[in-house]
Ligand binder design. Structure first.
Ligand SMILES: Nc1ncnc2c1ncn2[C@@H]1O[C@H](COP(=O)(O)OP(=O)(O)O)[C@@H](O)[C@H]1O
Ligand SMILES: O=P(O)(O)OC[C@H]1O[C@](O)(COP(=O)(O)O)[C@@H](O)[C@@H]1O
Ligand SMILES: [Mg+2]
Length: 342
């Protein structure tokens, strides 16, 4: 069996552990030959790949990023040639199947290719934790740990100055990082894309914290919109897939809070620090198990599936189950913490 592997979409801590898990299982246990395409679909389009053997994955599990690189290049362009182009490239490289490591976008592509009869197995990754069909994705735990550390640090300086500190974390469509880091760090207000709030309500919470003699720590996901706001706050430019680049909502909220409450406020945008550096032990284990499971699925001829964490078990689920809908913060989880705001 000869298998190609690639990473597509935003990177996240744990990708290397997943690659290593798949290679150790696939090459050492099942005797596969494996290759890794560089920078996602760009590597497929340009036939840019490296052999993936035991030596190639030595010691990479604690490393952030990905040894294969990643991109948001789509295979469904004239250059990529869509399913036909990929099929031709696979034939050229004598590949029996592909392991596609990525988030909701990548798994959507995996599903489209599977529908065209191409052998694919998906491995889920995203710091946003917004992918359906799995309880958690690797990268999320690391991002939450980094965001929680940021809250802990902002708290001491905020407390010293009696300021309202507004921390912006990632989360385009789903507020899981904000919710979990906010809970872990004891934030007084947590704002997520799923549930718009009014500026009046936010200021009421901040003032009630001040009235108790404390300072406020507000965590806001980048995709949050104030009630009545038509769209998210964006930076100039678009990402590799042509979507607006999000960011800056904390810098909008902090001056509004200061103006309305008279409480000095500061904004911090955590940004890509959340996606960098070493993965937590939890993410390394989850990623390694996901990689192993991907090679198991290949060996079993279980194509058109994604590896998935369900409870404590790693299983496979049909790709359709994973990409059918985004996994967003449910109302009851938000309401539960909202009662504690202020
Ligand atoms: N519906 C789609 N149709 C065609 N290509 C898509 C689609 N969704 C995503 N892609 C491709 O897959 C890439 C990865 O998706 P993206 O959302 O950027 O990252 P992730 O896989 O981490 O969610 C996109 O940049 C784009 O090239
Ligand atoms: O700066 P980039 O690489 O375009 O990525 C920003 C986006 O990537 C994410 O971290 C994760 O997105 P994906 O999992 O879809 O790649 C989002 O939270 C954020 O909006
Ligand atoms: Mg995505």
């Amino acid at each position: 069996m000869r298998i190609g592997m690639l990473v597509s979409g935003g990177d996240c801590p744990g990708l290397n552990a997943a690659i290593r898990g798949a290679v150790l299982r696939g090459v050492d246990v099942f005797g596969f030959e494996m290759i890794g395409f560089m920078s996602g679909w760009r590597g497929v389009i340009e036939n840019d790949w490296i052999p993936l053997d035991r030596r190639a994955v030595r010691g990479i599990s604690p490393m952030g990023g990905t040894i294969l690189g990643t991109s948001r290049v789509s295979p469904f362009t004239d250059e990529g040639g869509g399913a036909e182009g990929i099929r031709a490239r696979m034939r050229e490289n004598d590949l029996d199947g592909l392991i596609l490591i990525g988030g909701n976008g990548t798994q959507t592509v995996a599903q489209m290719l599977s529908d065209e009869g191409i052998n694919v197995v998906g491995v889920p990754k995203t710091i946003d934790n917004d992918l359906g069909g799995t309880d958690f994705t690797f990268g999320f735990d690391t991002a939450v740990s980094i965001a929680t550390d940021a809250i802990d640090r902002l708290r001491t300086t905020g407390e010293s100055h009696g300021r309202c500190m507004v921390l912006e974390v990632m989360g385009r469509d789903a507020g899981w990082i904000a919710l979990h880091a906010g809970m872990a760090g004891g934030a007084q207000v947590i704002l997520v894309p799923e549930f718009p709030e009014s500026i009046e309500q936010i200021c009421e919470w901040v003032e009630s914290v001040r009235d108790r003699g404390r300072h406020s720590l507000v965590v806001v996901a980048e995709g949050f919109r104030l009630e009545g706001m038509e769209s998210e706050v964006t930076r100039a430019g678009v990402d590799g897939f042509g979507r607006p680049r999000l960011g800056g909502v904390a810098e909008v909220l902090a001056p509004m809070i200061e103006e309305r409450t008279g409480i000095e406020s500061r904004a911090t945008v955590l940004g890509h620090v959340q996606r960098g550096g070493v993965p937590t032990a939890f993410d390394r284990v989850l990623a390694t198990r996901a990689g192993i499971a991907a090679s198991d699925a290949v060996e079993a001829g279980d194509w058109g599936v994604m590896t998935s964490l369900q409870g404590n078990d790693i299983v496979t689920v049909p790709l359709a189950e994973a990409v059918g809908s985004l996994k967003v913060v449910p109302r009851d989880r938000y309401e539960q913490v909202r009662l504690l705001f202020g």
